[in-house]
Design a protein around this ligand. Structure first.
Ligand SMILES: [Zn+2]
Length: 325
């Protein structure tokens, strides 16, 4: 996440009312004799193993263009291969460079950063359908003032769910091809998503939707948000059944223009898709006291919430795959 520093997301009253309606709906029992589909089960152990690895000291906060970032990239790249995704072109690695904003210590501009997106595909059963891009950024802010910023929630958690989604797709393919994107340099201004859309693997009109995962592991409130339905109300009926059977409180909101820091529309990689006219759904939790602090560590994660959040995302991906035009 790349939220406005020093401000925490709290819902405006209107959004809170909406969240209440959704949560009431979610608490109703399944109706009718036909058993409602249940969300998939995702292993908390597998998720936590990924989260612990990526947020460990060894990866040094995964800063874009740093040795820790390169280690994280190699680790995620190898996982994409083990899962059985297909590389895009001849590699999962898609390097790019950008010049960060700001001034160096001598007052001059900052040097260009070399970064690398990791992109794979899980071919769908109907190649004629527009594709879904499921994304999570693997970078975090690295080391500052001699302290490692571990980025367990932000965003080792999203990468862990991304890998589970990819494995689920390989086991049981979606209708549409899933493009699995682990973006770099999100924390430096959504740079990975910008590079992806500057040279997409297929033309943009073949991209139906971005599902972006960023900060999914902190169950401090037991709530997971799906943002984006304000912009894309036709997706709401696809996600309402997911909310109703979810084992977390899946709330809709944080996407209303004019609500300041409560509007997450442009605050992670999905914002770049939005600006390119590609619909998005963003999954994540509200900010917490460890957001962008060295204390965003694995021990703060509620593993049960994390597994339920991952299951909810996998359920949503299937529902979106089925229901999207
Ligand atoms: Zn962040």
């Amino acid at each position: 996440m790349n939220r406005v520093q020093g401000r925490r997301g709290h819902l405006a009253p209107a959004a809170l009312a909406l969240a209440l309606v959704v949560s009431l709906a979610a608490s109703l029992p399944a109706q009718g004799p036909a058993a409602a589909p249940r969300p998939p089960v995702v292993s908390a152990d597998a998720l936590m193993a990924t989260l612990r690895t990526l947020s460990s000291e060894e990866f040094e906060g995964r800063g874009a263009g740093t040795p820790g970032g390169a280690k994280a990239r190699a680790w995620v790249r190898d996982r994409l291969g083990e899962i059985g995704l297909k590389p895009v072109g001849d590699s999962f690695e898609h390097p790019f460079s950008f010049t960060p904003r700001g001034r160096g210590p001598a007052g001059g501009g900052l040097p260009a950063v070399q970064a690398v997106n990791l992109i794979g595909t899980c071919p769908g059963t109907d190649p004629s359908l527009p594709m879904m891009v499921v994304s999570a950024h693997y970078d975090h802010v690295g080391v500052r003032g001699g302290q490692i910023f571990h980025g367990a929630d932000d965003n080792a958690s999203g990468v862990a769910v991304l890998l589970e989604a990819a494995a689920s797709c390989v086991r049981q393919p979606f209708r549409r091809t899933l493009i699995v994107a682990a973006f770099d340099a999100e924390e430096m201004g959504l740079q990975g998503a910008r590079a992806f859309l500057a040279a997409p693997p297929v033309t943009k009109d073949r991209l139906a939707l971005n599902v972006n995962l960023d900060m999914l592991a902190r169950g401090d409130k037991g709530e997971l948000y799906a943002a984006g339905l304000h912009h894309h109300p036709t997706l709401r009926p696809l996600l309402e059944p997911v909310a109703a059977r979810a084992t977390v409180r899946l709330l809709f909101g944080h996407d209303v223009p004019g609500s300041g820091a409560d509007d997450w529309t442009l605050q992670s990689d999905h914002g770049v898709f939005h600006e390119a006219g590609i619909p998005f759904v963003y999954f994540g939790v509200e900010d917490h006291s460890d957001y962008h602090q060295p204390t965003d560590t694995a021990d703060k994660v509620n593993a049960a919430f994390f597994a339920n959040a991952a299951a909810t995302v996998l359920d949503a991906l299937r529902a979106l795959d089925q229901g999207l035009r």
